[in-house]
Design a protein around this ligand. Sequence first.
Ligand SMILES: NC(=O)c1ccc[n+]([C@@H]2O[C@H](COP(=O)([O-])OP(=O)(O)OC[C@H]3O[C@@H](n4cnc5c(N)ncnc54)[C@H](O)[C@@H]3O)[C@@H](O)[C@H]2O)c1
Length: 339
Amino acid sequence: MKDIKVGIVGLGRLGSVHAQNLAFKIPGCKLVAACSLEQKELDWAKDYLKVEYTTTDYMKMVDEADIEAVVIVSSSPEHCWMIEYALDAGKHVFTDKPLGCSLEECKRAEAAVERHPDKLFFLGFMRRYDPSYADAKAQIDAGHIGKPYLVKATGLDPEALVESCIKFSKTSGGIFIDAASHDIDLMRWFLGGEVTEVYAAGTNFKHPEFAENGDTETGMAMLKFDNGTVAFLHVGRTAPHGYHTETEIVGTEAHIRVAGVPWKDRVMVYDQYGARQEIVENFPQRFAEAYLLEMVDFIDCIQKDRKPELTVYDGTKATLVTYAITDSFHTGKPVTVKY
Ligand SMILES: NC(=O)c1ccc[n+]([C@@H]2O[C@H](COP(=O)([O-])OP(=O)(O)OC[C@H]3O[C@@H](n4cnc5c(N)ncnc54)[C@H](O)[C@@H]3O)[C@@H](O)[C@H]2O)c1
């Protein structure tokens, strides 16, 4: 089979991870074009990744570069128009989460996907590709925990990175929009229902800047689903020990915990502090395998003319739920999710 020629837009924190995977690790593809607003990122793509075509102009890349597929890892408000532009130009599209930043944007992406059923649209909720989450899902589907009825999800960024989170909080739309969409996706996946109502709260004890920016340092939410199941979300910015993602799925017969302690590896250090294990420091480290496996699947879907499990509608639903949670946080009242 011939290699799929790919162009990427966005070479920042996550785009650089996807770009390296595409350039060096994914079978069946060739990264030939890259787009970013940052010239030094483009220089890196040319020099290190050996990308032939670079530009700061996304439309130009889609129109001019010799590519069959586009990988979108630009800032979230850019996703939907970029999806539409690439699909209308006849390209296959991978986009990272979130699908969009408003219902209108998501509907624009949905319409573009519906206009081009012959093109692949792939939504990057990579946690579904993480081997531990995939194992949890397989055990649930096999009936090992009975009926799953409660998910408890924790997602905490490390205190070591708090300065960038404070800076980002002015424009991110808030912690729930920025950090909760993966957990919402997993909750829908594990519980097999749609969120009907949410209630959220937040608190700020270390960094008043979050509250000054209209955001919160720690957020929690309760979610009710249309099949009677429930979920609890805890997101935060100040984990002293590292990047802490933990999920518990409670069923009628058993519980499953994913990353109860997010160990970095199996090394134990014996020193003056005792015997200790390190934990993962950031999301690229924790989910390195998931980012790789989702991109392998994207290319494989194109090669084999196959559709992935996740659809554009999953992206719209996750976005709507994060906005409903944000509404509830600001109003202090339960919010019904309207689809
Ligand atoms: N799946 C995950 O776990 C995960 C993790 C982090 C970020 N993300 C998502 O990935 C996206 C990027 O996040 P990031 O942290 O890498 O951001 P970043 O700010 O580090 O990088 C953004 C990149 O997009 C480029 N860009 C922005 N607007 C552009 C435009 N109009 N034309 C061309 N290039 C443009 C910038 O030049 C930069 O290269 C966001 O949507 C974010 O939500 C997902």
